[in-house]
Design a protein around this ligand. Structure first.
Ligand code: NAP
Length: 689
C-alpha cells in the first residue's frame, strides 16, 4: 500500500491522521497503485486564514519586481528537476511529448510572467490604470484608477489533465499580484502537483504562506470563503455550475471564474483542398490534438469542420498519419507517442460519450472502441486489460448541425468530422458549440478568414489562423500561451482572465481614486502635474539613490528662426511642404504658414534640458506618448520643463528606468508638445563612473 500524499499547509507538510478514507490512484497504463489521496480532517478554515494573514503579510513586503524575480528562480528550480516531473507524469499516461505541454509549459508560464512582471509592471505595489482625469479647471483635483491586490486568498481548483501547467498559469499571476495561493489539484494527478510544490518548497524561497497545497477532495471548502477571496476553477462545466451557485459566490462576494469544458472547432477553409500546405497543416494539427494527452485537453479539437467534398480526404489523411506516426502504449516504453487516458473511469466516461454521439446519428469513420493492442512497458505488444487505452476516433454525422456533435464532450482522443457547404454555414456550426476556448482556421484566403473572424470571434476566447507562412512556427491549436487570453465565453466558462498582465490584474481590485496632485503623487509614487517640484541640482547629476519624483529642470528659452527650419529640413531631408512652402502651408487648416518640424522641437528640447557631462544618466531609451499641440512659427520661442515622473530601479541590474515628464511651451505659455522621456540611470554614482 502506498503512503498518503501529503498536503502542504501552514508552511508544513501534513497527512491525515485517519488513512481509511483515502482515494487510491492507479497507474494509467498498468493499473498499479501510485498514490493514496485524502484531505480528511484538514482544517480548511485555518488553511485559508493562514493565507489571508501570514501569506498576505509576507507577499506584502515585496514589490511586483521582487515577486517577479522569485518566479524566475522557481522556474529555474523546476527546470533543474524536470526529469523527476516527467517520470512521475508517465504514471498518469503522459508521454515525453505530453510533458512538454504540462511540465515545460508550466515552467514557461513562470518565466513569461517573471519577465512580463519586470517589464510591464511598476516597481512598487500599486498599478495605475489609464490616464489622469483632470476634474477641476485649475488642475488641483484629479482622478485616477489604481489596482491594489485583493486582501484574501486565491483558491485555485484544477482539472486532472494539466497538474502542473494548469496550476502554474494561475499561481504565477496570483503571486505577482501579491495574493497567496491555495492549490487544489484534481485527485487523479494530485501526485504530480505535490511534486512541483515540493520542489518550490525545497528552494527555501517561498514567502511564508504564499503557497499551500491541498491533496485530496474538499467538498466543503466554499463554506470558508469570504469577500476578498478569489476562486479560479478549471474542470467540467457541471462542477463549475455547482460551485458557482454556492452562496459564498452568489451573495458572499467571493470572485469566481471558471475555465470549463469546451467543444472547440477547427475549420478547414474551402481553398485548403488536399495537396495545399494548409490542408497538410490542418491534418497534422488534427492528429496532434487527438493524440497529445490522449485528447484530454480542454483546448483539443472536438469538431473538425471541413468542406463537404473534403471529408473523405481529411479522414484518409489522418488515417495515413496515424499509421505512420502513432505508437500507442505505456509511456515508460521507448518510442511510444500516445499514452492511455488518465484512468479506467475516464476511459469509460469517454466511451459513454462516444456511445451517446453514435446514438444521435454519429458513425465511426476512424478507429475502434475495442481495447487496442498497445506497447507495454517491457516492449511487448498486446491488449493491456488494466490500462486506460483508447484509439484515436473520428465520428461522422450526416447532419452537421446534430446538437450532440456540438454539445457532448468526449474528453479523450475523439473528434467529430462535420461537412459544410458555405463559409457562412461553417461559421454557424462553430457557434453551435455555445462558446469555446479556441477555434482554428486553416486557410490561405484572407477573405475567408475575415468572414469567419467577424462571425465566430464572439464565440471564442482565441482564434488561430493557420496558413503556409505560420504552419511551422505556430504554437498550435491546443496550446494556450501565457501572453494571450486563455478562457472563453459561454460554455467555456465565461472566463478570459488568464494570460498576460490582465491575469495579474484579475487578482487585484480596480478603484477610482480622487485627490490633489500632491496626494496622488504620494499615493502612487508617480509625479502628477501640479504636485510639488524640486529644482535644486540638475536632476541628470543625481543617481537613482538621490533622485526623487518631482526633481525638475526648467530650461532657458530658444527662438526659432526660418533659417533653423530650413537647415533642419535640408540636414534631415524632411522637406515636407508645411516647413518649406509658405503658400501651401497656409492653405493647410492646421498651420498659420510655415512651421517648425516637431522633431526639431523635440531635439532642441533635449539640447535645452540635458546636462552634457558624463554622469549617472546612462542612456535615453525612448519617448512615449508624444503629442504636438500648438504649431511653432518662425520667431516663436520655446522652453521645456522636465520633471522626474516615475523611478523604476531594476532588481537585477545596477541601474533603473526614469520616466520624465517633458512639456514644451511657447512664449505665450501655450502647450507646444508633451511627452515622456525614458532614460536609464545608474543606481549609484560609482556605477556610472
Ligand atoms: P472536475 O471533475 O469538474 O473536477 C475539477 C476540480 O474540481 C477537481 O480538482 C475536483 O477535485 C474539484 N472539485 C469537485 N467538486 C468540488 C467541490 N465541491 N469543492 C472544491 N473542489 C471541487 O473536472 P476533471 O475531471 O478534473 O477535469 C476534466 C474537465 O476539465 C474536462 O471537462 C475539461 O474540458 C475541463 N478542463 C478545462 C480546462 C480549461 O482551461 N477550460 C482545462 C483543463 C480541463 P476532486 O478531484 O478532488 O474531486
Amino acid at each position: 500500500m502506498t503512503d498518503i500524499l501529503p498536503s502542504y499547509v501552514e508552511d508544513a507538510w501534513w497527512t491525515p491522521a485517519d488513512p481509511h478514507h483515502a482515494a487510491t490512484v492507479l497507474d494509467a497504463a498498468t493499473g498499479e497503485d501510485v498514490a493514496r489521496v485524502s484531505a480528511a480532517g484538514l482544517e480548511l478554515g485555518r488553511v485559508l486564514e493562514h493565507a489571508r494573514t501570514v501569506g498576505q503579510a509576507s507577499l506584502g513586503t515585496l514589490s511586483f519586481h521582487q515577486r517577479a524575480v522569485l518566479l524566475k528562480q522557481f522556474a529555474q528550480a523546476l527546470t533543474e528537476r524536470k526529469q523527476e516531473l516527467y517520470d512521475l507524469s508517465k504514471h498518469a499516461g503522459s508521454t515525453e511529448r505530453d510533458s512538454l505541454n504540462d511540465v515545460d509549459g508550466g515552467i514557461g508560464v513562470l518565466f513569461t510572467f517573471s519577465s512580463k512582471g519586470r517589464r510591464e509592471l511598476p516597481s512598487g505595489q500599486v498599478y495605475l490604470d489609464g490616464p489622469v482625469e483632470t476634474l477641476s479647471k485649475d488642475g488641483s483635483f484629479l482622478g485616477r484608477h489604481v489596482y491594489t491586490r485583493l486582501p484574501g486568498v486565491a483558491l485555485q481548483i484544477n482539472a486532472f489533465n494539466f497538474p502542473m501547467w494548469g496550476a502554474l498559469e494561475k499561481f504565477a499571476p496570483a503571486f505577482l499580484a501579491g495574493v497567496p495561493t491555495v492549490v487544489k489539484p484534481a485527485t487523479p494527478t494530485a501526485y504530480v502537483a505535490e511534486a512541483w510544490v515540493r520542489i518550490l518548497v525545497e528552494t527555501g524561497l517561498l514567502p511564508a504562506g504564499s503557497l499551500q497545497l491541498i491533496s485530496g477532495s474538499v467538498p466543503k471548502i466554499f463554506e470558508h470563503l469570504r469577500l476578498g477571496d478569489i476562486v479560479g476553477f478549471t474542470g467540467s462545466a457541471s462542477t463549475a455550475e455547482r460551485l458557482r451557485s454556492h452562496e459564498s459566490v452568489q451573495t458572499g462576494g467571493v470572485r469566481f471564474t471558471s475555465e470549463t469544458d469546451s467543444i472547440n472547432a477547427s475549420v478547414l477553409g474551402p481553398d485548403a483542398v488536399a495537396g495545399t500546405p494548409e490542408f497538410d497543416a490542418y491534418v497534422k494539427q488534427l492528429l496532434s490534438e487527438l493524440t497529445t494527452k490522449a485528447g484530454q485537453k480542454c483546448t483539443a479539437i472536438r469538431r473538425a469542420i471541413v468542406p463537404e467534398g473534403s471529408v473523405d480526404d481529411v479522414v484518409a489523411a489522418v488515417r495515413a498519419k496515424i499509421a505512420e506516426r502513432v505508437v500507442l502504449g505505456d509511456p515508460h516504453a521507448p518510442g511510444v507517442t500516445m499514452g492511455p487516458l488518465v484512468s479506467l473511469e475516464q476511459r469509460d466516461e469517454v466511451l459513454r460519450s462516444v456511445a451517446e454521439l453514435e446514438a444521435e446519428g454519429g458513425r465511426l469513420l476512424l478507429g475502434s472502441v475495442q481495447p487496442p493492442r498497445v506497447v507495454r512497458a517491457d516492449g511487448s505488444v498486446g491488449v493491456a486489460e488494466d490500462g486506460a487505452f483508447l484509439e484515436p476516433l473520428l465520428i461522422g454525422f450526416a447532419d452537421a448541425s446534430t446538437p450532440a456533435a456540438h454539445q457532448v464532450e468526449a474528453f479523450g482522443p475523439v473528434a467529430s468530422v462535420l461537412g459544410y457547404r458555405t463559409v457562412e454555414e461553417a461559421a454557424d456550426l462553430v457557434s453551435l458549440g455555445g462558446g469555446s476556448l479556441v477555434t482554428s482556421v486553416a486557410t490561405n484566403d484572407p477573405g475567408v478568414a475575415a468572414t469567419l473572424l467577424s462571425r465566430i470571434a464572439a464565440y471564442n476566447g482565441r482564434l488561430l489562423f493557420l496558413d503556409r507562412d505560420d504552419a511551422k512556427t505556430s504554437t498550435g491549436h491546443g496550446a494556450p500561451v501565457p501572453h494571450l487570453v486563455h478562457g472563453g465565453p459561454g460554455r467555456a466558462g465565461g472566463g478570459e482572465e488568464l494570460g498576460g498582465i490582465r491575469a495579474v490584474l484579475h487578482h487585484m481590485q480596480r478603484t477610482a481614486v480622487q485627490g490633489s496632485p500632491e496626494m496622488l503623487t504620494a499615493l502612487t509614487g508617480v509625479w502628477h502635474q501640479g504636485a510639488a517640484s524640486r529644482n535644486d541640482r540638475h536632476p541628470f547629476r543625481k543617481s537613482l539613490a538621490e533622485l526623487a519624483v518631482g526633481d525638475q529642470i526648467v530650461s532657458a528659452s530658444r527662438v526659432v528662426t526660418l533659417d533653423d527650419i530650413e537647415t533642419f529640413a535640408h540636414f534631415t531631408g524632411d522637406l515636407f511642404y508645411a516647413h518649406m512652402d509658405e503658400a501651401s502651408a497656409a492653405a493647410n487648416p492646421f498651420f498659420p504658414g510655415r512651421v517648425a518640424h516637431g522633431y526639431l522641437l523635440v531635439s532642441w528640447a533635449a539640447g535645452l534640458f540635458v546636462d552634457p557631462e558624463p554622469g549617472p544618466v546612462l542612456a535615453n531609451s525612448g519617448l512615449e506618448n508624444l503629442r504636438f499641440v500648438t504649431p511653432v512659427s518662425p520667431g516663436d520661442e520655446i522652453r521645456v520643463v522636465l520633471t522626474a515622473k516615475q523611478i523604476t530601479p531594476r532588481e537585477t541590474d545596477e541601474y533603473g528606468e526614469v520616466r520624465w515628464d517633458a512639456v514644451i511651451r511657447n512664449q505665450n505659455d501655450e502647450l507646444v508638445a508633451a511627452y515622456d522621456v525614458l532614460t536609464l540611470v545608474a543606481k549609484e554614482l560609482e556605477t556610472a563612473a
